[in-house]
Ligand binder design. Structure first.
Ligand SMILES: NC(=O)c1ccc[n+]([C@@H]2O[C@H](COP(=O)([O-])OP(=O)(O)OC[C@H]3O[C@@H](n4cnc5c(N)ncnc54)[C@H](OP(=O)(O)O)[C@@H]3O)[C@@H](O)[C@H]2O)c1
Length: 81
């Protein structure tokens, strides 16, 4: 199954790494993929990285693991194609 995981914090990373471990295709979403290197140090190589909208478009199911104070902003970005 293809899954989108919005959020590059410890929750998003733990979920996406585990999904990949279980054999799913996971794409983690962030505002700026090109600037997320350090944040994603513990990302499995099997986990793809994209923008919030790319991750949302990729997933058949979407996990929202963004900071609660900014979740609506992140979801607005995710909704843009
Ligand atoms: N950490 C825990 O132990 C824990 C436990 C229980 C529940 N939670 C909840 O799980 C969720 C994720 O927690 P977390 O610690 O993994 O991550 P987090 O640090 O709370 O959130 C990181 C994510 O929020 C996004 N974000 C931050 N500011 C933003 C803004 N202005 N606009 C859009 N997006 C923004 C970041 O985007 P970028 O990638 O672009 O930086 C990043 O993807 C939170 O709601 C938290 O309360 C966390």
């Amino acid at each position: 199954m293809k899954l989108g995981v919005l959020g590059t914090g410890m929750v998003g990373l733990a979920i996406s790494n585990r999904l990949a471990e279980l054999g799913h295709e996971a794409m983690i979403g962030t505002r700026e993929p090109s600037k997320s290197g350090d944040k994603l140090k513990s990302r499995s190589d099997a986990v793809k990285v994209g923008t919030f909208s790319e991750s949302a478009a990729f997933g058949q199911i979407i996990f929202n693991a963004t900071n609660g104070a900014f979740s609506l902003d992140a979801l607005r970005l995710a909704g843009k194609s």
